[in-house]
Design a binder for this molecule. Structure first.
Ligand code: 0X9
Ligand code: ZN
Length: 307
């Protein structure tokens, strides 16, 4: 069984990152974008084609593990990096994507929460920030972004699983990602955030029932990706605007990135639909990741045509 068919502890993932960067110095750069509440580093892997002479290259942003218990998400980020490194020479789709776009990958956006799911509480969702006025720990990082922040679908109560935090970007993890994207917003053409579970390909908005300005285009991209998953893996993924397809949930990273001007913005909810839920067995990692990969490739190729 390969390294990528298992779940890995946070320490393992940091080690993997270091090793992968050392072994691929011409393809990978590691960028420190900030640190977590408990002061763990937030590393982004910048993945590029070898011969990058084009300095105005567009980019894809991919983050995994905003929610601590969704272990398949970091597993997918690792899977994606490995796949891109291994198949650049032989897979035309991945070559087309990397020849036209760099990919910024944040494998674990919530390292403190992820660590906590390995040591103490497997079902932890939020980050691990503390506050003076409450004994409850953690903010839902996907309610902490500045997109109709803390309206219906989020909570001001620190003990809630969907606590939005004191103010938008109050959390160092959300603020590090938002600052990086603000600095790179001219380059980043596609934003993708990986979650689980429920098998959905979501796009803005989730923070309002209004339709995104390019709703029809996002819908057709998500539909094509879902059809590919169906054709290759015989699995059903729902797709649509977040507010209609899953629920109203303001303050999410996808809506915020969209409002920043990244017109192609998606949240993927990977396997399954509830049999194992967050406890997806390692034996299911390859299929879950391959499904997400084909969806990501499909959408990224459509974005390449438009940039
Ligand atoms: O509620 C969420 O944050 C996501 N679902 S999960 O079960 N992984 O927690 C859905 C996110 C959809 N996008 C936004 N709400 N912006
Ligand atoms: Zn999630």
């Amino acid at each position: 069984m390969s390294y990528y068919e298992k779940y890995h502890s946070l320490e393992d993932i940091y080690h993997w990152l270091n090793k992968t960067a050392m072994e691929n110095p011409d393809r990978i750069k590691v960028i420190l974008i900030g640190s977590s509440f408990e002061k763990r580093p937030l590393y982004v892997v910048k993945l590029s084609a070898i011969s990058t002479t084009n300095t105005n290259k567009k980019a894809i942003w991919l983050d995994c593990g905003i929610h601590a218990r969704e272990w398949i998400a970091p597993a997918f980020c690792l899977w994606f990096v490995q796949y891109s490194l291994s198949f650049y020479e032989t897979n035309r789709d991945i070559a087309t994507i990397l020849d036209n776009m760099d990919v910024y990958v944040l494998p674990v956006m919530n390292p403190d929460g992820y660590k906590y799911t390995w040591t103490t509480d497997r079902m932890w969702r939020k980050n691990r920030s503390t506050r003076e006025d409450s004994r409850c720990v953690g903010v839902d990082l996907n309610r902490n972004f500045d997109a109709n922040w803390c309206t219906e679908g989020a909570s001001h109560r620190p003990c809630s699983e969907i606590f939005c935090g004191e103010f938008p970007e109050s959390e160092p993890e959300a603020s590090a990602v938002a600052s990086f994207l603000r600095r790179h917003k001219e380059a980043v053409a596609l934003y993708v955030s990986i979650h689980s579970y429920s098998q959905m390909l979501l796009f803005p908005y989730s923070c309002t029932r209004d339709l995104a300005e390019n709703h029809a285009e996002l819908l057709s991209m998500a539909k094509e990706a879902a059809l590919k998953i169906k054709r290759y893996y015989r699995n059903n993924y729902k797709y649509g605007a977040g507010a209609e397809t899953i629920y109203l949930a303001p303050g999410g990273s996808d809506d915020w990135a969209y409002k920043l001007g990244i017109k192609y913005s998606f949240t993927f909810e990977l396997q399954d639909t509830g049999r194992y839920g967050f406890l997806l067995p390692p034996s299911e990692i390859p299929r879950a990741c391959n499904e997400a990969l084909i969806a990501l490739k499909t959408i990224a190729l459509r974005v390449v045509e438009r940039i």
